[in-house]
Design a protein around this ligand. Structure first.
Ligand code: NAD
Ligand code: UGA
Length: 470
């Protein structure tokens, strides 16, 4: 496998078949037909869905993913629960398991829970049979490579003749655009110590990515850059969301302001869409991680600084919830509210940390009956997120999942748009508003409604960021 310190990669495996492991490995298999790629996970149901003949059932919905899976699956791309044999037979092993926020013990609520990463390192120490490159794909705190190295090289289980080379290769894809992000990344970051191991990973990416975009750094820079990138992106969103509130009270137009500032190349035009607060599995947990790290190193002012980004995000969700209650005369008891969109953004079935969760919980608390429509999120998922007792009759009446926009809006007192699904841009409001109970409201938190389509209807409109509709 390794000659003169040059690594020849014939087979790779990835531990963790989630939103990152699945799409990233599919892309490597798609582009590097001479490499065998195996994706493994402890979760049996998830693996059976990755192997499902019906591509509609893949556990991750991502535009363009099913085409790639159908081309590569069972050729050079396989999904299995056989972690031991996948590790034994691979030259390079990616760790793409979840790294949630710790829920108890030291650092609870802020630090990363690294038990899944640790468990992967222990499995690799136990089963890897030869020299192996281990790649951190999960987002982890700075210095995690040290922990992985210690486990790999000092574990009782570690085979005496095995040598390990740990690399950091954080993933920057965003859900909903994962395939395009993997095809045309802004950059690929590889942090490591061993030149030959770095080159082996770089060679894989350079099959389809310009070498100039492949950045090679030390391990700690690579680990810290990932947390920093997410923190900076989230900070932009909290910033623009504070400005949306100022626009609502002053008459400035949030789109005009965003355009005006975004045309300054130093600021840039992307990631300036205001909304109901950012969601997703990573921004909050990665900023919490940065806050914990800052405190750990005694940098308390730095921790306070980043905390504000999260506070503003919570504030945006709360102010929208309160505003809905106020517009509906301070009372939501027995009122029906249509919730349009539950995923944390469009083009994904992921609801982790979706703003819709907090906003829906606030409305339920006020006594509202919710009819939730999302084209890709199941009621099972919604019920789990809202802690519903689905067996209990009461909760069943309070929240239901609608099969269509029409069903969701029928007799509703209000509709709240929380995800920017394409189909919401094309709603024929004149048809649906008829069936709403008057006086009816639409709360557009994602700027999807063209106001000219609604001006003449007997319906009230609130649009986040616009004084005219406040
Ligand atoms: P996920 O929860 O979708 O998938 C993680 C998978 O790992 C799960 O299926 C779980 O069963 C499996 N797993 C956990 N421990 C295991 C073990 N010991 N052996 C085998 N399988 C195990 O998570 P995700 O969204 O794919 O994120 C993975 C990592 O990538 C996280 O660190 C995250 O911060 C980072 N990341 C995520 C995104 C994103 O958009 N979701 C983007 C960039 C980076
Ligand atoms: C984010 C980063 O964009 C990825 O680079 C990173 O790899 C990933 O986190 C991660 O580490 O997990 P993701 O969370 O999948 O990706 O999706 P984003 O497009 O960043 O959206 C996050 C949230 O911000 C969503 O709720 C979205 O609606 C919101 N958002 C995004 C806005 O409100 N306005 C915008 O202009 C952009």
């Amino acid at each position: 496998m390794f000659e003169n310190n040059n690594f020849k990669i014939n087979k790779i495996c990835c531990i963790g078949a989630g939103y990152v492991g699945g799409p990233t490995m599919a892309m490597i298999a798609f582009k590097c037909k001479d490499i065998k790629v195996e994706v493994v996970d402890l979760d049996k149901k998830k693996i059976s869905l990755w192997n499902d003949k019906n591509l509609e059932n893949l556990p991750v919905f991502e535009p363009g993913l099913s085409q790639i899976i159908s081309e590569c699956r069972n050729k050079n791309l396989t999904f299995s629960n056989n972690i031991k044999s996948a590790i034994e037979t691979s030259d390079m092993i990616f760790i793409a398991v979840n790294t949630p926020t710790k829920s108890s013990g030291i650092g609870a609520g802020e630090a990363s829970d690294l038990r899944f990463v640790e468990s992967c390192a222990r499995d690799i120490a136990l089963y890897a049979s030869d020299n192996t490159i281990v790649v951190e794909k999960s987002t982890i705190p700075v210095k995690t490579a040290d922990i992985i190295n210690k486990i790999l090289n000092t574990s009782n289980n570690s085979k005496k003749d095995s040598k390990f080379y740990v690399l950091s290769n954080p993933e920057f894809l965003a859900e909903g655009t994962a395939i395009n992000d993997l095809l045309n990344p802004n950059r690929v970051l590889i942090g490591g110590e061993n030149h030959y191991a770095i080159e082996a990973l770089s060679d894989i990416y350079s099959v389809w990515i310009d070498k100039k975009k492949i950045i090679k750094t030390n391990v700690w820079s690579s680990e810290l850059s990932k947390l920093t990138a997410n923190a900076f992106l989230a900070q932009r969103l909290s910033s623009v969301n504070t400005i949306s509130a100022i626009c609502e009270t002053t008459g400035a137009n949030i789109k005009e302001v965003s355009k005006a500032i975004g045309m300054d190349k130093r600021i840039g035009e992307y990631f300036l869409n205001h909304g109901p607060g950012f969601g997703g599995s990573c921004f909050k947990k990665d900023i919490l991680n940065l806050i914990y790290l800052s405190k750990f190193y005694g940098l308390f002012e730095v921790a306070e600084y980043w905390k504000q980004v999260l506070k503003i995000n919570d504030w945006q969700k709360e102010r929208i919830s309160k505003l809905i209650v106020n517009k509906l005369f301070g009372n939501l008891k027995s009122k029906k509210i249509a919730i349009l969109g539950f995923a944390f953004k469009a083009n994904t079935n992921d609801t982790r940390e979706s703003s819709a969760i907090d906003i829906c919980k606030n409305l339920i608390e006020e006594g509202a009956n919710l009819s939730i429509y999302d084209p890709k999120v199941s009621f099972e998922r919604i019920a789990l997120d809202l802690n519903l007792d689905v067996a209990g009759e009461d909760q069943n009446k309070k929240v239901n999942s609608a099969k269509s926009i029409e069903e969701s809006m029928k007799n509703a007192d209000a509709a709240v748009i929380l995800t920017e699904w394409e189909e919401f841009f094309n709603i024929e409001w004149n048809l649906f508003s008829e069936s709403m109970r008057k006086p009816a409201w639409i709360f557009d938190c994602r700027d999807v409604i063209r106001t000219s389509e609604i001006d003449h209807l007997k319906i009230n409109l609130w649009k986040c960021g616009y004084a005219k509709f406040s």
